[in-house]
Design a protein around this ligand. Structure first.
Ligand SMILES: *[C@@H]1O[C@H](CO)[C@@H](O)[C@H](O)[C@H]1NC(C)=O
Ligand SMILES: *[C@@H]1O[C@H](CO)[C@@H](O)[C@H](O)[C@H]1NC(C)=O
Ligand SMILES: *[C@@H]1O[C@H](CO)[C@@H](O)[C@H](O)[C@H]1NC(C)=O
Ligand SMILES: *[C@@H]1O[C@H](CO)[C@@H](O)[C@H](O)[C@H]1NC(C)=O
Length: 275
């Protein structure tokens, strides 16, 4: 999209002012300060979260006409100090503004949904005589963390040396689908042992599955066991799930008979520091 689109709209709305604006530009007389110093969008965010978007600007000695907020092409909030009331909001899907916590710099968005995902623009325009306009756009990514940790599905529960191990790791539903990785004895399994698939559900959520296949050779076994982990990571948010399978030599059977024990399932979810 043309970067200055919303600004152009403003300028067209004030066509004569556009000319004066142009004159000012040609004359290069402007003391520069009108600018957006920072535009903070805490991305990625999680559905259901409430977040504060902050647009900090400098007017120099110009007078503020309006601060307008857009999601993609649609305006959803406006601050015009000369209007009564100065704050106004326009309904839009995925936008739930808490007016009591919003002002000329801040927008408090409640209860994010997948529809809140998009490009947010803060546009600051000044009144006469300059009628200038600056804006900045940032993308807000909204994700749904996985509902559950990965589930492992084994073809069989007893293995012998030389057997082919075949285990499927299915992630919980999320958006986007988590990235899955297999570790064999804490070492990332090579991708030629993988078989990957992503499923998209009608509710927009996704899940991934990763099948691990390898030959159970003696060198993979440490004290008669092999530790397999399936780790699910959702970009940025890092919903990490770890499952561990231990294959141990069974005492009462031949030394080559191994049994698999499911020993641990942990679900860790950690939000990384956001910028
Ligand atoms: C803004 O300030 C500059 C000096 O910093 C001055 O030259 C200019 O005339 C001022 N403009 C207005 C509209 O007051
Ligand atoms: C949050 O939004 C969802 C739909 O996106 C809605 O079903 C739910 O009632 C909302 N919760 C609150 C507290 O507004
Ligand atoms: C948001 O902007 C990015 C790049 O600037 C673009 O790829 C993406 O399609 C935009 N999203 C929407 C919903 O317009
Ligand atoms: C394991 O798989 C290989 C092919 O990948 C096959 O040649 C071999 O017979 C299989 N071994 C067993 C015990 O099924």
């Amino acid at each position: 999209m043309f970067r200055g689109y919303h600004c152009m709209e403003y300028i067209l709305e004030n066509f004569i002012l556009f000319l004066s604006c142009l004159t000012v530009f040609i004359n290069c007389m402007l003391p520069v300060p009108l600018r957006i110093n920072s535009f903070h969008v805490p991305t990625p965010a999680v559905t259901g979260d409430s977040i504060l978007l902050r647009c900090a600007y400098e007017l120099g000695n110009e007078t503020l006409y309006a601060v307008k907020w857009y999601k993609n092409a649609g305006e959803f909030f406006r601050y015009v100090p000369a209007s009564d009331p100065p704050l106004k909001m326009f309904p839009q899907n995925g936008i739930d503004v808490d007016m009591s916590k919003s002002d000329q710099n801040n927008i408090y968005l409640r209860n994010l949904s997948l529809e809140s995902h998009g490009n947010y623009t803060c546009q600051v325009s000044t009144d006469r005589p300059f009628f200038r306009c600056v804006q900045t756009t940032r993308q807000l990514e909204v994700v749904v963390p996985p509902s559950d940790g990965p589930v492992l599905m084994e073809e069989k529960s007893y293995y012998e040396v030389g057997d082919n191990v075949s285990i499927l790791c299915n992630s919980g539903k999320s958006k986007p689908a988590p990235e899955l990785k297999w570790y064999i004895n804490d070492q990332l399994a090579q991708s030629d042992l993988y078989d990957k698939e992503t499923v998209v559900y009608p509710d927009q959520l996704e899940s991934s599955s990763l099948a691990l296949r390898f030959r159970l050779k003696p060198d993979v076994l440490h004290n008669g066991r092999v530790i397999l982990k399936c780790v699910a990571t959702l970009k940025h948010i890092h919903a990490v799930t770890i499952k561990e399978i231990r294959a141990a030599a069974s005492k009462d059977a031949s030394p080559f008979t191994l049994s698999l024990f499911l020993i641990a399932a942990t679900f860790l979810m950690r939000r990384l520091t956001r910028d």
